[in-house]
Structure formats: structure tokens, C-alpha cells
Design a protein around this ligand. Sequence first.
Ligand SMILES: [Zn+2]
Length: 112
Amino acid sequence: MDKPIEVHGSGLVCDNPNCDYEKRDIAMQDYGAWVGALCPDCGEPLLTQAQYNMMSGVLEIVNMVNEMADDPFMAALMGKIDEDMEGRKASFRIKCTKDAEVEVGELKWKDN
Ligand SMILES: [Zn+2]
């Protein structure tokens, strides 16, 4: 079975609403190196320590759920749920705002 939760994360976007700077070619694993980096266009922080901590917290929860799926009982349970859901997958976006709040987007079902 695939991991229950897959994370597709990358890139940093400037939080300044009047600035459209974005850097897409940063992998999530490399975010640590970008803490405190400033936007080259407007000088606003691209990634604050608080945002980074928040993002790490979210990833920790994801990893916990994925590790739970390695347990045979949980794997069986999740497999059953997966079957009941007819293997449907859903996706949603998570954004860490400038105030280090997590914004969770609308859940979108993917029809396989
Ligand atoms: Zn900017």
C-alpha cells in the first residue's frame, strides 16, 4: 500500500501582498536553510522561524500517520477504509501564513 499521506511541497512565496516574488526550486527538505531569508524584491521575510516550526510540526504529524501504517493492524484497518472509499484519493493545500497560522484549503477528491 502507498503511504496514506503524500506530501508535495516545495517553493517559497513572498508574503507581501504587493509583491509576487516566488522561488519554486526549493525542496521542502531544504527549507531549514532558508529561515530568515529576505525577499530579494521587497525585503520581506520569505520564511520566518515561526513559519518553519509550524511547517515542521505539520510534517511530523504526517510522518506519524505514515509510520502508523507500517503497523500490520493499522495497515489492515487503513486498507479496509481504503476499500470502503473505493481507493479514492483526496488532496488539499496547506499554507503557512505570515502570522504562522496554518491555512488548510478545501478538500478535493480525485476521481481515479
Ligand atoms: Zn517580496
